[in-house]
Design a protein around this ligand. Structure first.
Ligand SMILES: NC(=O)c1ccc[n+]([C@@H]2O[C@H](COP(=O)([O-])OP(=O)(O)OC[C@H]3O[C@@H](n4cnc5c(N)ncnc54)[C@H](OP(=O)(O)O)[C@@H]3O)[C@@H](O)[C@H]2O)c1
Length: 358
């Protein structure tokens, strides 16, 4: 991986329209001088950047996010980095940290309050037990997994014998959710994904009992066949027609967990809501959404459980790594075109060699 002494930065060139896929055309890659940390700040070399569909909100034409990215600003993004200069007593050169690094090789971060939650603040947190691959900080022991954990365990309350359906099953949250459903004792795990290749991968690698290609048509028929006793838990990351179809297949006392709605969230005008919501009443069921940052106090607990399952061989890493900062716009765009299998992560520079393996 190329090391650099200038600071490449992706800056926003134009906003993303409701019907556009995010790509390099929306950004400009510029070379800036190396930044200098002031007193109380640290200089961090970016190692990895995470991606999330929610990043689209920062840069959409409709200025809907409370602090959007403006034209000319560095694209906002969370990641993992290594401290290369420190003017703060809590951080030493070599420390691995995570936080809002932005799409750039180097970030100067205000490290004044490292004990604070890093949600949407400039604050940065030390990674206490860093291991290789460092992608686990963002994926299996990070926010993708915490989202799957809240969806499957906290809200979905998956239990022994359940039939669990997971949409966007081949994605970052989805692949971990499938594995957590298995750990919780689900009887049958059905993943929904786009395309035959992804579905074969879900069956062979990600341990789904059944994988349904929603692009092949007749999703309702496929779900009814896969879930003869109905769906006990549906983890929905897609919304729209897929949610409406799943609502037609609920078992009694089902739990429908709203994790995301990538198929409709960014559409304008907003499409009509589900027509089969009355099934929640007929099937005495519950539909509930969540926001993973509401659980920030419990992340250490989630991480301990995930590390334990990983050490027992019950969890596998499914990361889909794009190599190089230059690919960041396409990597983010791929979440909307279904170009990823596993959590989409951008490698900006190599993991430090001295870290132990996970
Ligand atoms: N509630 C929370 O706190 C929280 C936290 C994190 C993430 N999320 C949500 O969780 C979901 C997954 O996030 P992620 O980061 O793990 O992304 P991801 O699942 O890795 O990537 C998104 C996937 O969505 C699928 N997709 C895209 N457009 C679609 C469409 N029109 N219809 C059906 N499927 C579509 C694609 O897979 P296919 O090839 O299968 O179409 C794509 O791979 C997102 O909805 C995200 O907003 C919520």
């Amino acid at each position: 991986m190329k090391q650099t002494n200038t600071n490449r930065q992706w800056r926003l060139k134009r906003f993303v329209g409701a019907d556009e896929i995010i790509g390099p055309q929306h950004f400009e890659l510029v070379e800036a001088p190396m930044p200098e940390p002031a007193e109380g700040q640290i200089l961090v070399r970016t190692l990895l950047l995470g991606t999330s569909p929610a990043q689209r909100m920062y840069i959409s034409e409709e200025r809907q996010f409370h602090t959007p990215v403006e034209i000319g600003e560095i694209m906002r993004g969370r990641g993992v980095g290594q401290v290369v200069a420190s003017h703060h007593p809590h951080f030493a050169v070599g420390d691995i940290v995570q936080g809002a690094l932005g799409w750039q090789d180097y970030a100067v971060l205000d490290a004044a309050a490292p004990e604070l939650s890093d949600h949407n603040t400039g604050a940065v947190r030390k990674v206490l037990e860093p291991v290789r691959p460092l992608t686990t900080v963002l994926g299996l022991f990070g926010q993708l997994a915490f989202s799957a954990y809240v969806g499957i365990i906290e809200i979905g309350q998956v239990r022994r014998g359940d039939t669990v359906v997971i949409s966007a099953a081949a994605g970052g949250v989805g692949t971990i959710a499938c594995q957590l459903a298995r750990i919780q004792g689900a009887k049958r795990i059905i993943g929904i994904a786009g395309g035959a290749e992804k579905c074969a991968w879900l069956r062979e690698q990600a341990l789904c009992d059944v994988a349904i290609d929603y692009r092949a048509g007749d999703l309702l028929g496929a779900l009814q066949q896969a879930c003869p006793d109905g769906i006990d838990v549906y983890l929905d990351s897609v919304g729209g027609d897929m949610l409406d179809t799943a609502l037609q297949c609920l078992a009694l006392n089902a739990r429908v967990v709203l994790c995301g709605m990538i198929s409709t969230e960014y559409q304008r005008p907003r499409p009509p809501g589900p027509t089969h919501y009355f099934n929640l009443l007929y099937r005495r069921s519950r539909m509930e959404g969540f926001f993973v940052f509401d659980y920030v106090e419990r992340w250490p607990e989630f991480e301990r459980a995930l590390r334990q399952w990983y050490s027992e061989g019950q969890l596998r890493v499914f990361d889909d790594v794009a190599e190089g900062l230059e690919h960041a716009p396409a990597a983010l765009g791929s979440l909307f075109s279904g170009g990823n299998m596993g959590g989409r992560i951008i490698r900006v520079s190599d993991d430090p060699a001295e870290l132990p393996m996970a």
